[in-house]
Design a protein around this ligand. Structure first.
Ligand SMILES: Nc1ncnc2c1ncn2[C@@H]1O[C@H](COP(=O)(O)OP(=O)(O)OP(=O)(O)O)[C@@H](O)[C@H]1O
Ligand SMILES: [Mg+2]
Length: 231
């Protein structure tokens, strides 16, 4: 088998470390993910899915252990390098969307591109393509405050795709979608996978697990990886 695109060694994340309210959110997790795989992260609420996803998507750093992303030892890097790396290679769909209130769909989707020195036309084109892919282009000038839950989610997916990332991380991406839009997003993820992208998705949604897109399921319990299931 070729070398993994993502690899962790004894990855641990503690919040409030060494204090009376210490939480061990992720404990000694060892995993490997190959290029082009679609891996689901499952487990009960509070089991550490979002925390693990935040580390794997280079948003947060582990307390201990190692993380190699695209063969780079990112757990050793400073925040500045990590941010630059994330902008180049990673798209993230957040559990609670993290869209900026008061800004339009187009402005929100364009945000990952702003630090990249692109022309207005290049940004416009990328925003047009990403919003069209998720069926939200008819709302492009709407303020995000005016959108439905499903429209917010699709805007969040468009923003994750706008920089054409190699790695796509999604935290419960179908949680707020009806079955039509859920099928649409999953088909889109499948197309991205066919195009060689690697996807890591946290989910409780049986529609995701049953979709041909999903290759493997990693189950977390109390921050520990307890099961690796081929789907
Ligand atoms: N910033 C934080 N400070 C302190 N504790 C945190 C923080 N973020 C997460 N935790 C704790 O870490 C544990 C794992 O949380 P996490 O959000 O990763 O779970 P989850 O599996 O994504 O849950 P859900 O299914 O509800 O989204 C929980 O006990 C949570 O309370
Ligand atoms: Mg979560």
């Amino acid at each position: 088998m070729s070398s993994p695109i993502l690899k962790t060694e004894n990855l641990t994340k503690k919040f409030h470390a060494k204090k009376s309210n210490e939480v061990i959110a992720i404990q000694e997790v060892n995993l490997e993910i190959q290029k082009g795989e679609c891996v689901l992260l499952t487990g009960a609420s509070g089991s550490g899915k979002s925390t693990l996803l935040a580390i794997l998507s280079c948003l947060a750093k582990p307390t201990s252990g190692k993380y190699f992303c695209l063969n780079e030892p990112v757990s050793r890097w400073s925040e500045k390098f990590l941010t630059r790396f994330r902008r180049q290679h990673i798209g993230i769909v957040f559990q609670h969307f993290n869209l900026v209130k008061g800004l339009s769909v187009a402005r929100n989707v364009s945000l990952p591109l702003l630090p990249q020195n692109l022309s207005f036309e290049e940004i416009k084109q990328a925003v047009h393509q990403a919003t069209k892919q998720v069926n939200i282009s008819h709302r492009i000038d709407f303020q995000v405050d005016k959108l439905s839950g499903g429209e917010l989610q699709r805007t969040a997916v468009a923003r994750a795709l706008v920089n054409n990332p190699t790695l796509i991380f999604a935290d419960e991406p179908t949680a707020h979608l009806d079955s039509k839009n859920s099928t649409r997003i999953l088909s889109l993820f499948q197309e991205l996978k066919k195009a060689g992208k690697t996807l890591i998705i946290t989910t409780h949604d049986p529609r995701v697990e049953q979709h041909p897109l999903a290759d493997r399921k990693l189950t977390l319990q109390d921050g520990k990886l307890i099961k690796n299931t081929i789907l």
